[in-house]
Design a protein around this ligand. Structure first.
Ligand SMILES: NC(=O)c1ccc[n+]([C@@H]2O[C@H](COP(=O)([O-])OP(=O)(O)OC[C@H]3O[C@@H](n4cnc5c(N)ncnc54)[C@H](OP(=O)(O)O)[C@@H]3O)[C@@H](O)[C@H]2O)c1
Length: 246
């Protein structure tokens, strides 16, 4: 029996990158997975197709997590399609370069609407239906604790995510629902392919293991975090970064 047999998971922003890796891994471990996307329905369908080809179960749902009115769509889809919800992975996030000089109110609002408000409102909606034993994983970043000035706004959203991981775990602990933060280091994805050009050697040199991180590296730790094996872990954010200090 696989570790997540019978469980149902939502992974926000899972048509690409780290989220796609997490969706595929949780499905491989036995969970039925809601694959969430905003624009790229072709890539979400491809993730679902890969999961099904490997013998798993998944369903793609369009919902923009930065828009509060669309968030409930995800929870409803989970209940209608699979009858329950056990696991929420808050992965959807944007990152843009914002120096002190170049940052704008629009960029600030876009980051916070998705990375912080979206994460919190999705958790609120999920918490209404999660059973005892449910798990929420918040995807943070090593940049929360080790920030860079050229990404002021992004780093600060991930600091907020770490604070929420702690406070949500405090609120949900009495219901035996765990909340775990996972902080990747530099991870090669579609989203940062352009911005990482020319910086890969620099970033690899900051790891202790001498390579880029991959979505499957993060996914493996998320799979452990949502399993019963991690039943004593809550309220903490753990680095999955090859020892990288930014
Ligand atoms: N990559 C890294 O080095 C790294 C390091 C540390 C932390 N992280 C964190 O890991 C998470 C994933 O990053 P990534 O690099 O894998 O990103 P990515 O390659 O850009 O993929 C982002 C995913 O999120 C979806 N998405 C974007 N906006 C959304 C919205 N408003 N509502 C719902 N889904 C949305 C995208 O779907 P559509 O294309 O359909 O919009 C896509 O599936 C983020 O929270 C990021 O901050 C990444």
């Amino acid at each position: 029996m696989a570790s997540l047999d019978g469980k149902v998971a939502i992974v926000t922003g899972s048509s690409k990158g780290i989220g796609a890796g997490i969706a595929e891994r949780l499905a491989a471990d036995g969970a039925s997975v809601i694959v969430n996307y905003t624009r790229s329905d072709g890539t979400a369908d491809a993730v679902v197709a890969r999961i099904e080809a490997a013998g798993g179960t998944a369903f793609a749902v369009q919902a923009d997590i930065s828009k509060p009115a669309e968030i409930q769509t995800l929870i409803d889809a989970s209940l209608q399609k699979f009858g329950r919800l056990d696991i929420l992975v808050n992965n959807a996030g944007i990152y843009r370069t914002d120096t002190l000089e170049s940052l704008t109110a629009e960029s600030f609002d876009a980051h916070y609407a998705l990375n912080v408000r979206g994460l919190l409102l999705t958790t609120q909606a999920a918490a209404r239906v999660l059973p005892e034993g449910g798990v929420i994983v918040n995807i943070s970043s090593g940049l929360a604790k080790s920030p860079y000035p050229m990404v002021h706004v992004y780093c600060s959203t991930k600091g907020a995510v770490d604070t929420l991981t702690r406070s949500l775990a405090m609120e949900l602990g009495p219901r035996r629902i765990r909340v775990v933060g996972v902080a990747p280091g530099f991870t090669a994805t579609e989203g940062n392919a352009e911005s990482a050009k020319g910086m890969t050697d620099f970033l690899v040199a900051k790891t202790l293991l001498g390579r880029v991180g991959l979505p499957k590296d993060v996914a493996a730790f998320v799979a452990y975090s949502v399993s019963d094996e991690a039943g004593w872990i809550t309220g903490s954010t753990i680095d999955v970064a090859g020892g990288m200090i930014f």
